[in-house]
Structure formats: C-alpha cells, structure tokens
Design a protein around this ligand. Structure first.
Ligand code: ADP
Ligand code: MG
Length: 866
C-alpha cells in the first residue's frame, strides 16, 4: 500500500489523539475535515462533501469551512452534541521548508463553549462534574463563559444527583460514575455523562490541581479543605476545562461551595409541574414564574434571577435580606426608574471578561466594557441611599473601575475596526513611534496627490489617476483614448479592456514608504492592544466582583418592579409551619389574557389543618389553586413579594408535586409506574417541614386499585408519626372526603360551582366541605351528552355508591374489601391496559421507559389473573 502524504500523516496522528472530537484541521484560510468527520460535518452543516488526494488510491472525503466563520459552524456542531478539536498551524508557513507544525489549541464541547453569539444571555452555560465514590457523591459546576465555579457534597444519597441536574440544567456532564448512576443520569439528562481521565478524579491529583490553579498552598480559604468528595469533583472539572481550553483559566478566581441546607431542593417533576422557568407545554420562559418576575435589564441580572428562582432559600435571615431590599426598591419609584436607566447601559461584563481572558476580545469589546463601566459611580451614589444589608454589600462590591475605564478611553479609538491586526484601534498620542509612522503614511498620501498632479501636467493627460489595489499596490491608470501620450519612463503593469496601468520608480518608492509604515502601524497597534488586554485581564477579580454585584442589584430591582406592577404583598415568614394566605392568586394564570382571576384563601399548618383534600368537578380550578399555594411559598422563599392581599409563610424545606396521569399525558409518561415512583420519591424524601402538592393519585389504574392506593397514601402522609407533612391533595375520588371524619388533621375543601338550570357556572371559589360528586354528570350534560345517557349515569352512580362506600368506613385500608366479581375486575383491568397502550406515543417513550411499561403491564396482567 502506498504511503499517505506527509500532511495526511500529520492529520492522522492528530486525529488518533482526538478520537472523540471532530478535528477542524487548519489549511490556509480554511478548516478542513476528513474521512468520517467530513461525512458527519457535511450532513450537519449542510456543506459540500469533496475529496482530497492523500497518496492513496482512494481520495479522502473532505469538507471545509472558512476560518473566519468557524465559530458559527462549530456552535452548530456543538448544539447537535458533537465535540470539535480546533487544530491550528502553530508556526509561520513562510519560515518552514517542511510541513507546517499543527496542534490542537482547544476542544470545544457543549459545556465549554464560549461563543457568546451562540449562548443564551439569560442563562448560564454550565458544565457539571459528578464525582462518585463508594461512600457518596459530590457535584461541581462551572460556567467558563462567566467564570462561575461551585460545588456541593451530596453525601450518600445518590438520588440527589438528579435534583442537582434539574437545578442547573447543565449542557454537558462528565463523571467517573458507575453504570447504575450513569443510567440514572441518562434517564433525566437525556445522554450518558461523558468520561474524563480516571486519575483526574483522584483526591491527590484533584487537590493539587485546585491549589495550583488558585495559586494557594491549601484549600482552607475556600472552605473545602476537608471536603474530600467536593475536592475530587472540583479538581476533575478544572482538569477537564484545562484539557479542553488548553489555556489558563484566570477568570475562574475562586470556588464557592454550597451548603445544601441553605437552599431548597426541588426535584425534576416539581420544577416542571410548577413551571418555574419554562412552561410544560412549549418549554418557553414566557408564561413561567421566571417569565412573570423577569424585568431584569442586564444579562448578568437575568442569569442571577434565574438562579434565584431555581433555588429558593430556606434560612429566614437569607430570605429577609432579599425581601428588605425588594421592599425598599419597591417604594422608591423614582430612584428605581433612575437605576433602571443606568442598568440599561451595562452589557454582559462577565462574558466580555471571559473573551478578554481567552484572548478573543477585540477593540470594540473593550469599548463596550468601558461604556458598561460608565455609570458605576452613579449607581453607587444611588445605592448609598438604601439602608439594607444587601444594598450595603452591593455598594461595597461595586468597584467604580475608574482606572480601567480611563485607560481604555486613553488607548482605544471611538470607533475601532473589528480586526485587531490592521491598525486603526489606538488613539493618537499613545505611542510616539506609532504617531511617526502614521505621519509618514499621511505624508505618503500627500506625496501621491502631488505626484498625480505633476504627472498630469507632464503628460498632459487630464484623466490620469493614481489608484490602489491589493494585488498590484499603487499604479497610474490611463484610459485607452489617451494611451498614445503615456511617457516612455512608465513601466507597464497591467492591460485592461479600457485602460492601461503603469508604475514609475518614484511611485514605487512612495509605495514602499506607505506600505512599510502601514505594516509597522499594524504591528505596534497590535502590541499595544495586547498589552492593554493583558492589563485588563489582570483585573479580573475586581471586575467580576462588580459584575456579580450588578447582577444582584438588577435581580432585586426586577423583583421590586414585579411587586409594584402586579400589586404583590410582602410575605411574613414564620418557622412554626403555618401557611396563611388571604386572597392568594396564581402569578402566571392571573397574567393570562382574558382571565379575571378569582383570589382564594389558604390556611394550612402542621396540626389540625395539615392535609387539605380538594374536590370539585373538572375544570373547576383545583390544579390552579394548589399550584398557586406552592408558587406563593416558593416566591416568598426566593425573596419575592407574593400575589396575595396577605401572606404569612411557614418556611418549608422542600416542595414536592405529583401531577396525575390525566394532566401529564403531554410528556408521554402516563404510566402508572411513573406515577407510583413519584409518589414513592415523595414519601421517602419528604419531612414534616415539606409542602406536598398531590394532583390526583391513582388515576393511571383501575378505579378501585387507584382509590385504595390514594387512600392509604393519604393515611400515611397525614400520620404525624410517619410523615405529617403539609399536603394539598386534589382528587376526583369523592370517596376520599370520608377521610376527614376518620383521620386527624384532614380537612375537606371544594372548588365551588353554581348550578343554574341545566348549566354549571364555575365560581373558582374555594369553600369548606366536599364537593357534590354528581358534577361530573352535570359536566357531561353540559358537553352535550344526550339526556337518556345522563339519566342512566345517575342510576349507575346511585348503585355504585350503595355498593362500595359502606365497605370503606372500617378504618385502615387493610380491612377494605371490594365486592367485585373476578371476571369484571379482570376484563376492566385489561381494558385499562389496552387504553394505556392506545394513548402511548411510541415516538416519545425512551427504551428504558418502554421496558418499564412492559414490566408494568406484565405485572398488572399477573395481578388480574390471580
Ligand atoms: P381542575 O384542576 O379543577 O380541572 P384547573 O385548575 O385546571 O381545573 O382550572 C381550569 C381553568 O380554570 C384554568 O385553566 C384557568 O384558566 C381557570 N381558573 C382556575 N382557577 C381560576 C381562578 N381562581 N380564577 C380564574 N380562573 C381560574
Ligand atoms: Mg386538574
């Protein structure tokens, strides 16, 4: 077999070291991809697949993208889940006789992408590292585009990994985890976590990596010295970042470990059901809680507010700290207006800093930075008026950065070009050599004009012109009609259809001077610019601290704005478990068009009113009401005012939600198995300080099955010795209202409706007591079901009631027996299974989900046969 060409040999070597990534191989002005990489990229990027001779009988498949447009193409590949290794020429092709040396200078992955254009400015782009050992887990999280870096020990409970993934929604996860944990991560993240060198996860290496990165002797200053797992997770993550970026990550200036107990843990389904940051239906921010609260003016503020919404607080002083500041800013309408104006002028300082640190910022970016600093002194002056702890901190943290602002102002021209190689960025008076060359260049231009004038006179050709282009430089152009008058000493350069182009000795000399000056100008400006960028880069810590302060300021301002605009009230906070809301509203539903929202009261505690059973016909407003309570509690703990006339909130440690199969069909997870595993999760993890929102339990199976599971779950939750958590429970099983008389702490409520003649009017008002259970039939009638069917339904209802309720009065579920014949149970059971299968959307189910469903069906069939 013939040997491959030397260049191809170099390529194959580099490819073999970067098997997991698509290699962007720099050839002149292009990045080329070869072989399988080329086939993949040409498909994803929709670019032409060609071929290249490489010394083999078959040409190598090849495709390429121009280097200046590479970021966009890379981002597209990253979005589709690929990694890209960018391989550059690392020596000047002019200085080498053999093949140019090439090296991979960075590997771009979803979690390490810093292309600002492709990132969402309103959210962090997190890379997460999950460390697993026999004893437990820890996670670390970083955003290289801003420098954020944090870590959290999760202890022995590996289930918590899912909650952290849900909280951060990282764009990439790396881990050293076991097959089991990997499968768990995949089930909620969608893809398996990536791997990284095993040694990077070892304690010794991780410890060393962190110390050498931060330039410290130990990790005491960060409060993680004794946190072994946190160190392993954080060290491995940093190592992976260094491996992908291949440059110093000086903007990651510290690690801020999190203490688990200071934040509320919210599981995946609660986040989804409560629509904290996106709606369930179309995954949009609009219509979510964040969508309602977000009046931020800066990208940093938008990210901070999102982070606040993603992790409500649990410590009263922390919450009060935010509430105090929101209160002040809500009242000071004029100062808030002024502050908003200032915030409007602040651009994404955090991401600009990462560009500066990575050396991709141009002169325009520096000017953007400068103008973002412009109003810092005004903001500080304004904040000084506010006497709260948080505002004092913000005041202290904002550095006016006057020195940096004026340095940029002294150096950089008002409207610099995009390129940093061609001059035009640096102001006059910065560097004397630079100014001399500029003068020479200016003189050159003057000489050219004089020369042009002189040649016109000498030759008598009035239309003679001196022109310039990139290929030929300067030349004298004479049109064909005057060509006979061209002097002898003109040297012919180029002949076009309507003119001839010439040079002269004198013109060449001037040209050399101009071009020489131009080259030097480019070089000097580049050097000056690099020095300035370096200087700013060295101030990263100060600038980042300021950026973080602005972010908090903007988030507080946003909450104040929402509170003012939507007439929210400041919630009181208590630690005795009472949640008392007067005229509460659902923050998102009340914002919808054409909704005249009906407010409702809520009283729930850990005592006589700890489990509220809510009944009422379909569409009455049960789900809305329960979510409203959960959202008001969450908003309070975020530090926001709440939609109510009055609210006193007993701080909860967690909020759990479970939404019934009927409401959950959109996600394609309507199997009874999923429902039950969610209930199991709640029962196993909730405490008496938690708030539970259970919207239908037991719907995904046969009536009596479902009813009995719901019944016994309620008994368990209400039992103070077992759980005793505050719970709102909506059900269409009217039978469950019986629990009020049997179980301590249970109270019945219903969403009222009014019958007027044949129709039902939804009043949306919550009232004490159970609903009249025949509303289902009323609704059926409303919907146009014929009269005889309605009559027959009423008869059947009567019969059913007489038959089963009697048996339920006995107390615990153990003693309940249902008087149904075997065959009836069995055939209705099978029908339900068939129903489930019919409703199942094959396209939406994961392989694992399919397996679980099969398992579930087998079990259900087995139970039916018994
Ligand atoms: P249920 O869970 O009882 O079937 P939902 O909570 O889904 O009912 O409410 C049905 C619709 O009624 C909601 O989409 C909402 O538009 C409207 N709604 C619910 N509660 C209220 C309220 N308090 N005020 C006004 N409209 C409401
Ligand atoms: Mg509902």
């Amino acid at each position: 077999m013939a040997a491959v060409t030397p260049m191809m040999e170099q390529y194959l070597q580099i490819k073999s070291e970067n098997k997991n990534a698509l290699v962007f191989f720099r050839l002149g002005d292009f990045y080329e991809l070869f072989y399988d990489d080329a086939i993949i990229a040409s498909k994803v990027l929709d670019i032409v697949l060609t071929g290249r001779d490489c010394g083999q009988p078959e040409r190598a498949p090849m495709c390429g993208v121009p280097y200046h447009a590479a970021e966009t193409y890379i981002s597209k590949l990253i979005e589709k889940g690929h990694k890209v290794a960018v391989c550059e020429q690392v020596e000047d092709p002019k200085t080498t006789k053999t093949i140019v040396k090439r090296e991979v200078v960075r590997i771009v992955t979803p979690g390490t992408n810093t292309d600002i254009k492709s990132l969402d400015s309103g959210r962090n782009n997190y890379l997460m590292c999950v460390y697993e050992s026999k004893e437990g887990c820890a996670v670390s999280v970083a955003d290289v585009s801003t420098g954020a870096f944090t870590a959290l020990d999760l202890g022995a409970d590996k289930v918590k990994v899912s909650d952290e993934i849900a909280r951060y929604s990282p764009s990439e996860i790396i881990s050293n985890c076991s097959v089991e944990l990997s499968a768990r991560i995949e089930s909620i993240f969608g893809i398996k976590p990536g791997s990284h060198e095993a040694w990077a996860f070892s304690y010794d290496n991780a410890y060393k990596k962190l110390c050498s990165h931060f330039g410290t002797l130990n990790l005491r200053g960060f409060g993680i010295e004794d946190e072994k797992r946190v160190i392993c997770a954080a060290g491995a993550l940093l190592d992976y970042l260094s491996y992908t970026r291949k440059t110093a990550l000086t903007h990651i200036t510290s690690i801020k470990p999190e203490a688990e107990k200071t934040f509320m843990v919210l599981d995946v389904s609660s986040r989804r059901n409560l629509e904290l940051t996106e709606t369930m239906r179309d995954k949009k921010k609009n219509g979510s809680l964040l969508g309602v609260l977000d009046f931020t003016r800066t990208s940093m503020g938008a990210r901070a507010l999102r982070n606040w919404v993603e992790r409500p607080l649990t410590k009263k002083p922390d919450i009060e700290k935010r509430l105090n500041s929101v209160a002040v800013l809500k009242e000071s309408v004029l100062l808030r207006e002024e502050l908003k104006e200032y915030l409007n002028t602040v651009l994404d300082i955090e991401r600009l800093m990462s560009k500066i640190v990575f050396g991709t910022a141009n002169a325009r970016d520096l000017n953007t930075l400068k103008s973002s600093f412009e109003n810092l002194p005004h903001m500080r002056r304004l904040i000084k008026n506010f006497d709260t702890e948080l505002f004092k901190e913000i005041y202290e943290d904002i550095d006016e950065l006057e020195d940096i602002r004026s340095t940029i102002g002294e150096y950089i021209a008002e409207e610099p070009p995009v390129s940093i190689r061609e001059g035009g960025m640096i102001k006059k008076g910065v560097d004397s050599e630079l100014d001399e060359h500029r003068e020479a260049k200016m003189f050159g231009t003057k000489w050219l004009l004089e020369l042009e004038q002189r040649e016109k006179t000498l030759s008598g050709i009035k239309t003679l012109k001196i022109k310039y282009n990139k290929v030929f430089g300067y030349f004298i152009e004479i049109t064909n009609s005057n060509i006979q008058n061209a002097p002898e000493r003109y040297i012919r350069k180029q002949t076009l259809s309507n003119c001839e182009r010439f040079v002269t000795e004198e013109l060449k000399q001037i040209e050399d001077k101009i071009i020489g000056a131009d080259e030097r100008i480019g070089e000097i400006e580049y050097e000056l610019f690099m020095k300035l960028r370096q200087k700013i880069s060295a101030e990263t810590t100060r600038i980042q601290k300021t950026a973080a302060a602005i972010a908090s300021l903007d988030a507080v301002c946003s909450l104040a704005e929402a509170a003012d605009k939507y007439v929210y009230v400041r919630p009181g906070l208590n630690e005795n478990g009472v949640i008392d809301i007067k005229d509460g509203r659902h923050p998102c539903v009340e914002r919808m068009k054409n909704v005249l929202f009906v407010p409702n009261d809520t009283f729930i505690d850990n005592d006589a009113d700890r489990l509220l059973i809510i009944t009422g016909p379909n569409m009455a407003g049960k789900s809305t009401y329960m979510r409203q309570v959960a959202l008001i509690v969450l908003m309070a703990q975020i530090g926001s005012f709440v939609p109510a006339r009055y609210a006193d909130i007993g701080i909860v440690d967690r909020v759990f939600t479970r939404v019934g199969a009927s409401d959950d069909i959109a996600t394609g997870q309507s199997t009874f198995m999923v429902e039950m595993s969610e209930v199991a999760n709640i029962i196993n993890n909730a405490t008496n300080k938690s708030l539970l929102i259970l919207d239908e339990i037991g719907r995904g199976t046969s009536t009596f099955d479902g009813l009995s599971v719901a019944w016994s779950v309620m008994e368990h939750i209400a039992d103070k010795k077992k759980l005793g958590a505050k719970t709102l429970f909506a059900t269409h099983y009217h039978e469950l209202t019986e629990l009020e008389t049997m179980v301590d702490g249970v109270k019945n409520y219903c969403v009222t409706v009014k019958e007027s003649g044949d129709t039902v009017v939804f009043l949306r008002k919550i009232a004490k007591g159970g609903a009249d259970d025949s509303y289902g039939i009323h609704v059926a009638k409303l919907a146009g079901i014929p009269g005889d069917i309605i009559r027959r339904s009423k008869e059947i209802l009567k019969m059913l009631k007489a038959n089963d309720i009697a048996g339920l009065g006995g107390g615990t579920s153990d003693s309940v027996t249902y008087e149904f014949s075997e065959s009836r149970e069995s055939s209705s059971g099978k029908k339900i299974i068939l129903n489930d299968l019919e409703e199942l959307d094959i396209d939406l189910i994961s392989p694992k989900g399919a397996w679980e469903l099969l398992f579930d069906i087998k079990n259900r069939l087995k139970n039916l046969d018994k």
